[in-house]
Design a binder for this molecule. Structure first.
Ligand SMILES: *Cc1c(COP(=O)(O)O)cnc(C)c1O
Length: 418
């Protein structure tokens, strides 16, 4: 049997991720391989470390990639930071909080949780109270949870953690580059991400950054077998995973370049291009772009007469959860969007399954044309299914947001004409 060349159908991916990769990222990924220790390759590795320091807003030396999807970064961070038997606190406000809890349990932690009703976030006071009650060694908290679209404010949490001697890990996969994030200013000890949300790449690489405190905790778990004779090895329990042993992965990325895995070269090219494009645009500009197109999509679905789920004052810029109207078959609408218009929108999990659609405006797809086309298609699909929507209400409301924005841009004070 012969199979034909791969030729995926043209799609506009407007769900909660993955989204369409930026063509420049795909082109970077098609570049030829070089050897693992070729100076060109080690040079690219050093560039990637520096680029992601910019993306995470950190001066952390230990900033690199874990090979694998975002979950590989989460797992590497947790399995390397958590000593078996250690107490870990996981405040949960959506599906990915449950994932952190599950991985922490597998890492042998004694896990304490706090839970919020889906659609809400924690206050710093609630988190501090839980820290006082539980005395954890590590706090593991998601920033943007795509399952509920909520964006947990993190800016005060690191300070609280430091005061109580707690290490602070956060998963920013869904939020990074589309919402504010600042690793050093917010005193974050460990942060992991992925490429397939606001960074505009495919999944398969997990950028990570570790503070000196986190590096010390991890290095103390190195074992003499690793050949390290600097006296720091072997204080803690050996990290249970080889592939996700961040002490070994750091030794591979750091100057000594001790062999560990074979770096996923094509993914590294892609991750490098994602960061390069983002820093070229400017982090603030990228966040502002996600804010604008997210606001247009929000106004658009509301303009159609649809209701939006959750506390929208804490909504991520890059995704909105839309209540499926009574009497409308949510899965049939998603199927029609895909079959008739080539547009993918998302469903949800757990308590929200069958209750909301999730519509993303992120990365390469945080664009006006993508927003307008999605709203126009959604209107037609809903009308074809007999739902009551305001004709032109979605695209009209979004267009107004864009017009106001263009107006305010035109009047920017202090602009010098070219
Ligand atoms: C999308 C998402 C992930 C994705 O993990 P993968 O392993 O890349 O599928 C992880 N964490 C959060 C918060 C996400 O929104």
């Amino acid at each position: 049997m012969s199979s034909s060349q791969i030729n995926p159908p043209p799609r506009l991916l407007m769900g909660p991720g993955p989204i369409n990769a930026d063509p420049r990222v795909l082109r970077a990924m098609s570049a030829q391989l070089v050897g693992q220790y070729d100076p060109a390759m080690t040079g690219y590795m050093n560039e990637v470390m520096e680029l992601y320091r910019g993306v995470f807003k950190t001066s952390n030396e230990a900033t690199f990639l874990v090979d694998g999807t975002s979950r590989a970064g989460i797992e590497a961070a947790l399995i390397s930071l958590i000593e078996p038997g250690a107490k870990v606190l996981v405040p949960i406000f959506g599906r990915f909080g449950h994932l952190l809890k599950e991985i922490a349990v597998r890492a042998g932690a004694e896990v304490a949780v706090r839970e919020k009703t889906w659609g809400q976030v924690f206050t710093p006071e609630e988190i501090e109270q839980a820290i006082i009650e539980e005395r954890p060694a590590l706090l593991a908290l998601v920033q943007g949870d795509t399952s509920t679209t909520m964006n947990q404010p993190l800016e005060d949490i690191g300070e609280i953690c430091q005061r109580h001697g707690v290490l602070f890990y956060t998963d920013v996969t869904a939020s990074l580059a589309g919402n504010e994030f600042s690793a050093d200013e917010w005193k974050i000890d460990a942060v992991t991400a992925g490429l397939q949300k606001c960074l505009g790449g495919p999944s398969g690489s997990a950028p990570i950054s570790l503070s000196d405190r986190a590096v010390d905790a991890i290095r103390s778990r190195r074992h003499v077998e690793a050949g390290i004779a600097d006296g720091t090895a072997g204080r803690g329990t050996r990290i249970a995973s080889n592939y996700f042993d961040l002490a070994m992965i750091m030794d591979y990325w750091a100057p000594q370049r001790l062999n560990h895995h074979t770096e996923a070269t094509s993914m590294l090219y892609g991750a490098r291009e994602c960061a390069r494009l983002l820093l070229d645009e400017g982090l603030d500009a990228a966040v502002a772009r996600h804010e604008l197109h997210g606001r247009a999509m929000l106004a658009g679905v509301q303009g159609l007469g649809l209701e939006v789920f959750g506390d929208i004052t804490h909504k991520m810029n890059n995704v909105v959860a839309v209540d499926i109207p009574a009497g409308v078959d949510g899965d049939a609408v998603r199927s029609a969007m895909l079959a008739d218009y080539g547009i993918e929108i998302g469903t949800s999990f757990g308590p929200l399954h069958g209750k909301v659609w999730r519509i993303g405006t992120m990365g390469y797809n945080a664009r006006k044309d993508a927003v307008m086309i999605t709203l126009a298609a959604l209107e037609q699909v809903l009308r074809a299914g007999g739902a009551e929507v305001r004709p032109g209400g979605g695209t009209g409301a979004a267009a107004e947001i864009y017009q106001d924005h263009a107006g305010s841009q035109a009047q920017q004070p202090g602009e010098v004409p070219a």
